[in-house]
Design a protein around this ligand. Structure first.
Ligand SMILES: *[C@@H]1O[C@H](CO)[C@@H](O)[C@H](O)[C@H]1NC(C)=O
Length: 352
């Protein structure tokens, strides 16, 4: 009942506003547009089961929705290699979105000194791979090294999903078995270093924990809850897969990243709070994107689109309705050495 009342309230107040301005044609057009937007907001709310606590909250969310729709429509009206949609994040501000749906804490000198003392990374094992020997395209999904898309929900532990995705890959390549591994074990048990569950973390710190822990257990034994919990050491001791260590790909070097991704899935940090990334629906993301690293994903392949655009295939953790069935293609080998959305800045992978 409260929801019906509040939607009627907002509709009525918009109608009243429209009537008060009906003397001017321009004003009426504006009011018509707003009414159409109110209707779109209602449809969107129904589609995503969104319920607001009261009319004031709904009015505030409507303004955010309207601003996001303006951005999405202006991008889609332009000449781009990708398109956006008003997905389930369309009534969130940038800050709200970054706070709940991302969760990568970029590596800094200060941050590393706060963490547990890390196993030193062993270098870059693919340094001497020749790009001439690397395939023109790679897709680890078709090689059975990628588990189905997962959904982190409103918990900032992208770092766990990113680390688990690249670990699942290297475990498949070294043992022949694809096993879905537990993010929740990382969220609950990897709490003595940089990684802080839903409050954010970093993939290298997760690898470091996994090495010290002797591995990770399976998703089914230690299922995901999208919330911080107490470490269940009974389940955590049933480790299903392990890694020996991890290595960083040389920073700001997409050629090195390709050498690594040609050999295994790789964890990557990006600016996932960038609105183009957030609302991505399909195509090859390209052009403007920030480099404020706040989100962990996994590079699971690369290729070349029919128009010649080179791209990375990235596995995300926002469910299958986001992007291309949960994946995003991002332009590869761009002029900016940091890579699109900073993707070349801090990639790393586990070793088995
Ligand atoms: C790459 O080649 C150089 C020169 O042969 C060698 O010293 C180095 O150990 C190699 N690096 C790796 C990671 O294999």
């Amino acid at each position: 009942m409260a929801t019906h009342y509040s939607s009627a309230f907002v509709l009525l107040s918009v109608v009243a506003w429209a009537c008060a301005l009906s003397g001017s044609l321009a004003a009426r057009d504006l009011a018509d547009q707003d009414q159409a937007m109110v209707a779109r907001h209602e449809e969107w709310m129904a589609k995503y089961d969104r319920v607001y606590s009261d009319a004031a909250e709904k009015a505030r969310r409507f303004e955010v929705f309207k601003a996001n729709m303006a951005l999405i429509e202006s991008v889609n009206a332009g000449n781009h290699k990708f398109w956006l949609e008003a997905n389930r994040f369309a009534d969130l501000t940038d800050d709200e979105f970054r706070a709940t749906w991302t969760g990568y804490r970029p590596k800094t000198a200060a941050a590393s000194s706060k963490g547990r003392s890390r196993t030193a990374t062993t270098g870059f094992k693919y340094a001497n791979v020749s790009l001439d020997d690397v395939p023109a395209s790679v897709d680890w999904r078709t090689k059975g090294a990628v588990t189905p898309i997962k959904n982190q929900g409103e918990c900032g532990c992208c770092w766990a999903f990113s680390a688990v995705a690249s670990m699942e890959g290297v475990v498949k390549l070294s043992t022949g078995k694809l096993v879905s591994l537990s993010e929740q074990e990382l969220v609950d048990c990897d709490v003595n270093g940089m990684d802080q569950g839903c409050e954010g973390g970093e993939m290298d710190d997760a690898f470091d924990f996994i090495v010290g822990n002797g591995g990770l257990t399976t998703e089914s034994r230690y299922p995901y809850t999208a919330s911080d919990g107490t470490c269940n050491s009974n389940e955590a001791s049933g480790d299903a897969a392990s890694i020996k260590g991890y290595e960083d790909v040389p920073a700001n070097d997409e050629a090195s990243l390709r050498k690594a991704v040609a050999n295994q899935p790789v964890s990557v940090a990006v600016d996932g709070g960038d609105s183009h990334f957030r609302f991505y629906k399909g195509g090859v993301l390209s052009g403007a994107c920030g480099t404020e690293l706040d989100h962990g994903i996994a590079a699971v392949g690369y290729g070349v689109a029919s128009d010649g655009t080179k791209y990375w295939v990235m596995k995300n953790s926002w469910g299958t309705s986001w992007g291309e069935a949960g994946y995003i293609r991002m332009e590869r080998d761009i002029a900016d050495e940091e890579g699109l959305c900073g993707l070349a800045m801090q990639p790393s992978y586990p070793t088995a």
